[in-house]
Design a protein around this ligand. Structure first.
Ligand SMILES: O=P(O)(O)OC[C@H]1O[C@](O)(COP(=O)(O)O)[C@@H](O)[C@@H]1O
Ligand SMILES: [Mg+2]
Ligand SMILES: [Mg+2]
Length: 335
């Protein structure tokens, strides 16, 4: 693959981030082509091991991680933190930046031809590896994702709004589409893995109960549910047409802080959502104000249109008896 710049000429990428962003774009473009070949590219979904978070690693997880780490050498990235690496890797001692990455998000969908993605976050490098990432997400200087779907698209922010690009397969360039994407305020869609209902805390059950009660319930309107099991695909849908995403804590072993990881999933998605005028919390606290306790630390994650996220927070502020399953009418929330 040629090493030329993988973006259209009008791409507003800050100069100091351009070498890293060009490496990310080149690997994303090559991955898109590889993924599009499906079975012809080999057993991309074959189990090849386990990562630090105990998740089964698929061949494509490891392939993507290896490709991004190699391409990012010499681009100003000193520290490289990945879902697929137990520890932080020092790529370039002279680098001034720290990059966190989920090289392949939505791994359970690799063999099902459903959209999957890559999530990345860039911040200033500290003198030590892991401590560079155990910082609040509002310090990120860039965040974005690539979605490998019917279109390959990149959505990125450098702190001044959200830009999105589509990969033009004819030119091989990520071509700028929107220079300031904002989340629609109105939507009747929520995304949650409803199979975990019995494991959720009461405020989340109450919120979902009221959505499911539809026009006969306290919300007095009907809702639609989506669950793709690819965080990148849910994020993209919400950025395009609004809505709400919830991956709350639940009482399954290991899910006391939900499933999603702060450093390379929730913090970058939260930066994008806020830059698109949306909201991102852990159900009650702003994600970008939280400090992860460890590299692979999880957090409950609620994001989307601002009023919807605020309503979830309000359910957590209700008195216990008002969120009990028996409480038929939540007076506070007549539409
Ligand atoms: O399988 P579940 O519990 O519904 O969780 C789905 C979530 O897990 C993830 O696949 C986790 O990401 P990885 O695939 O990168 O591990 C998210 O993309 C998705 O939102
Ligand atoms: Mg992921
Ligand atoms: Mg992953």
């Amino acid at each position: 693959m040629t090493d030329r710049n993988p973006y259209s000429a009008d791409a507003p990428i800050p100069a100091r981030l351009r070498p890293a962003m060009e490496a990310i774009g080149r690997v994303g473009r090559d991955l898109a082509r590889h993924i599009a070949r499906g079975p012809l590219a080999g057993q991309l979904a074959a189990a090849v091991g386990d990562n630090a978070d105990g998740d089964e690693q698929k061949a494509l997880d490891v392939m993507a991680d290896t490709a991004f780490a190699a391409a990012l050498r010499g681009t100003g990235i000193r520290w490289y933190a990945s879902e697929e690496q137990d520890r932080v890797i020092e790529l370039d001692p002279a680098g001034r930046l720290a990059l966190a990455i989920d090289p392949l998000d939505g791994s359970s969908n690799i063999e099902t031809n459903v959209s999957i993605g890559t999530i990345f976050s860039i911040r200033e490098a500290g003198d030590a590896g892991e401590p560079s990432f155990l910082r609040p997400g509002h310090e990120q200087i860039a965040a974005g994702y690539i979605i490998y779907g019917p279109q390959c698209m990149m959505v990125v922010t450098f702190g001044d709004g959200v830009q999105d690009y589509v990969l033009d397969l004819e030119t091989g360039l990520f071509t700028l589409v929107n220079s300031r994407l904002t989340i629609p305020e109105e939507s009747a869609e929520f995304a949650i893995n409803a199979s975990n209902y019995r494991h959720w805390a009461r405020p989340v059950r109450a919120y979902i109960d009221d959505c499911l009660a539809g026009s006969e319930g306290p919300r007095a309107k009907n809702f639609n549910m989506r669950w793709i099991a690819s965080l990148v695909a849910e994020t993209h849908r919400i950025l395009v047409r609004g809505g709400l995403f919830l991956y709350p804590r639940d009482d399954r072993p290991g899910y006391a802080d939900g499933r999603l990881r702060m450093v390379y999933e929730c913090a970058p998605i939260a930066m994008l959502i806020e830059q698109a005028q949306g909201r991102a919390t852990d159900a009650t606290t702003r994600i970008l104000d939280k400090v992860p306790a460890s590299l692979h630390a999880r957090t409950p994650f609620v994001f989307g249109s601002t009023t919807k996220v605020d309503r979830v927070t309000a359910y957590h502020d209700l008195p216990e008896q008002e969120v009990s399953a028996l409480f038929g009418h939540r007076g506070l929330f007549r539409v």
